[in-house]
Design a protein around this ligand. Structure first.
Ligand SMILES: Nc1ncnc2c1ncn2[C@@H]1O[C@H](COP(=O)(O)OP(=O)(O)OP(=O)(O)O)[C@@H](O)[C@H]1O
Length: 337
């Protein structure tokens, strides 16, 4: 079986260059630009390759401007690639074939797709008509999603009267009514409070479990990524820096480990063993370089009155920051898939 048939998503050497009009400030420059158009090329995606298997939930990470949204737009057919190849379930997204559109959905945390002035229920009917969903099947899916997301009667209120979190939930229902098999989620928890983030996260996991849908998710909240994604793809300046399990990202890029030490008595100077990043009574958290962990642990046990000692990985946010820091060196790691 060829890779593009077996994989849900195949991206190869994908490039997107935007042409941005350029002119100097001022009236004269504005007039001149009418006759002499100057454009500058902005390379948003600079040769990205990856594959995603059916049913996988993959985190797509990168700092602002890394090229994540541009890639998602090419994967959903909203943008034509400048060069390279994209296949989603064997289809070429830019062709926007109905059979392809029925199998995918795109949710953007910062965009509304439902009608602002209408209750979500009315927009759902519109979606039913667009996708020609059989009424019984549509109602069953709609009611299941309403229940799963605990939306209740909110679907009867005009969307503009909903809170950000409530709006996101009805947006997600609207995006899933046609039971897509690939979900492209661009910052689905953007701006939501912690409880709502957790609820949306739990829903995505449950939806993936129930339907076996493939999910590609961008989020700046590492809690989303840790909870949902076993694999992450990290991009920076339009290029893949890392593609592999989240645990391998920590192994490869975390330069530090955290030693959590509990002492039997006060008055011991631990600064000689490492940087103290937290203290809670007799419990200290030290940041120590990865390579020095064995030696420092041995010294601590020999020289300090230690009652408990555990080794922890640094927070994933710190690791990601480290990945971006070395980003320019372009370390590409393709884990065996
Ligand atoms: N329509 C456009 N015209 C010109 N340049 C664009 C356009 N859209 C995006 N860009 C540029 O392409 C680059 C990648 O942008 P993109 O939105 O894909 O990044 P991103 O990783 O999604 O960032 P963020 O996390 O901030 O959403 C940026 O430098 C951006 O300024």
């Amino acid at each position: 079986m060829s890779e593009s048939i077996a994989s849900a998503i195949v991206v190869r050497d994908l490039v997107k260059t935007y042409e941005v009009p350029e002119r100097n400030a001022g009236l004269w420059a504005a007039v001149r630009s009418l006759f002499q158009r100057r454009v500058r090329a902005v390379c948003a995606v600079a040769g990205v390759s990856f594959t995603i298997q059916p049913g996988e939930v993959v985190g797509f990470l990168g700092p602002n401007g890394a090229g994540k949204t541009t890639t998602l737009k090419m994967l959903t057919g909203l943008l034509h690639p400048t060069s390279g190849e994209v296949r989603v379930f064997g289809s070429i997204p830019a062709r926007r074939e109905p059979a392809f559109l029925r199998r995918i959905t795109l949710v953007m945390g910062n965009r509304n797709q439902l009608q602002w002035d209408l209750p979500a229920l009315d927009s759902f009917e519109l979606i039913r008509a667009i996708y020609r969903l059989p009424p019984a099947e549509f109602r069953a899916t709609r009611d299941e999603l309403i229940e799963l997301l605990e939306v209740g009667d909110l679907v009867r209120k005009p969307v503009r009267n909903l809170s950000l979190g409530e709006r996101m939930k009805v947006e997600i229902i609207g995006a899933l009514l046609h039971r897509p098999q690939a979900l492209f989620l661009d910052e689905p928890t953007l701006g939501l409070d912690v409880t709502m983030q957790r609820r949306i996260r739990a829903f995505i996991a449950e939806y993936n479990r129930r339907t076996g849908a493939t999910v590609l998710l961008t989020s700046h909240y590492m809690a989303d990524v840790e909870a949902l994604c076993r694999r992450v793809i990290v991009i920076h300046h339009g290029q893949v820096l890392f593609n592999g399990p989240l645990s391998a990202l920590v192994d490869q890029f975390a330069a530090y480990r955290q030693l959590v030490v509990t002492l039997a008595e006060h008055g011991v100077d631990l600064t000689v063993f490492g940087e103290i990043i937290e203290r809670d009574g007799l419990r200290y958290t030290l940041r120590v370089p990865k390579a020095m962990v064995p030696a420092l642990t041995a010294r601590l046990l020999a020289e300090a009155p230690v009652t408990d000692l555990t080794l922890e990985e640094p927070p994933i946010d710190d690791v990601i920051e480290q990945v971006f820091a070395v980003g320019s060196a372009k370390t590409v790691h393709e884990a065996a898939q």
